[in-house]
Design a protein around this ligand. Structure first.
Ligand code: MRU
Length: 348
């Protein structure tokens, strides 16, 4: 993902693993569509991409536009992009940062439109750079959890594709690999949109990590067979008490992990926490189109007109989470006090 030269360049994740192509995004309408249709996806990546939206909006203004026009365009772009997807809080976090930056810059009476543009581009670049750093730190803090010979189960895609850096859950794996450990990753295919089979398997294969794709409904049996030593997933929003929303199916995995006494970890940057939300019940869950469930690569897999329920996310209660790995360290047995103390601690 890059925001230089007035164009936002994004990997089109809808096309992977069949083809690797990039999308050149020049306006907020296209960016909104790219987020809504999952061309760019994964909580941190959505936030970073959206941060460049107001920059694109400024570039679309007429040559005679004023700073006041610029601020209006930024606020409108933020409001518009905030309607693209509801669950990942990183989207709103990034847009709020850009909006506040713009409002602060505009408090100086003489500020020019050029200076406003420069300031919000710098803020978007900072969000991107921080994400890259947070990903690395998450990996460093989590790598020791993966022992030599371990079987690791993951769900959806929390890799480089889902962030500006090397991922969250997958960053832990990449760092364990750097330490010379060999282990096996089981990637849930992650119905209905197959982020695990299409994206996680692709990323791990590229990195030379031993990966095996399984259907989502096989996870419990693999645990029963003793093949899984730990589960690590990402998150889209973590409430103040540690309840964590992630791709639909994550909750079931946490229940299975508890039943089989397998540790269950969430890896996420602090931008994924939403302290304004007391617990997971308040996290908005995105409902997506029925065709995602009834069709596979354009072919019908269910009868026309059948009723479909398609929530894109679920919430794993904090009591099912062994630890949350962030850029600040490892928060064991998360609860309200632990989350607050963890987020207030300096980065290590
Ligand atoms: O619908 P998606 O593909 O955007 O869902 C993504 C996930 O659920 C990821 O696990 C989560 O965003 C963490 S990405 C580091």
């Amino acid at each position: 993902m890059d925001g230089t030269d007035g164009v936002l360049e994004l990997i089109d994740q809808r096309r992977l693993p069949v083809e690797f192509i990039t999308l050149l995004v020049r306006d907020t309408r296209r960016l909104h569509e790219a987020i809504r249709t999952l061309a760019v996806r994964g909580a941190p990546a959505i936030g970073v991409a959206a941060a460049y939206g107001p920059v694109l909006a400024l570039q679309s203004l007429d040559a005679d536009a004023t700073t006041v026009d610029g601020l209006k365009a930024i606020v409108e772009a933020c409001d518009f992009l905030a309607t693209s997807r509801p669950t990942a809080v990183n989207l709103f976090w990034a847009l709020d940062r850009i909006r506040h930056k713009a409002q602060k810059v505009c408090q100086h009476p003489q500020v020019t439109l050029g200076e406003l543009h420069e300031a919000i581009l710098a803020e978007a670049n900072a969000i991107r750079a921080e994400d890259i750093e947070m990903c690395r730190a998450i990996g460093r803090h989590g790598e020791a959890l993966i022992r030599d010979g371990a079987g690791v189960l993951t769900h959806c895609n929390a890799g480089a594709l889902a962030t500006a850096g090397q991922g969250t859950a997958l960053s832990v794996m990449f760092e364990a690999q750097k330490k010379g450990r060999s282990f096996k990753v089981y990637a849930d295919e992650t119905r209905p949109l197959l982020q695990g089979a299409r994206l996680t398997a692709w990323e791990l294969q590229q990195a030379g990590i031993d990966v095996m794709v399984i259907c989502d409904n096989m996870a419990g049996w693999l645990m029963k067979e003793g093949k899984i030593d730990l589960v690590i997933t990402g998150a889209d929003r973590i409430a103040a008490n540690g309840d964590a929303a992630n791709k639909i199916g994550t909750y079931s995995l946490s229940v299975l992990a508890k039943q089989h006494e397998v540790p269950f970890y969430i890896a996420a940057p602090s931008s994924t926490f939403d302290l304004s939300i007391a617990d997971g019940a308040e996290i908005p869950i995105e409902q997506r189109e029925s065709s995602e469930v009834t069709r596979l690569a354009g072919t019908a897999t269910a009868p026309d007109g059948v009723a479909v329920y398609n929530p894109a996310f679920d919430v794993t209660p904090a009591q099912n989470i062994t630890a949350i790995i962030t850029e600040k360290g490892v928060l064991c047995r998360p609860d309200r006090d632990g989350v607050l103390a963890h987020l207030q601690a300096p980065d290590t």
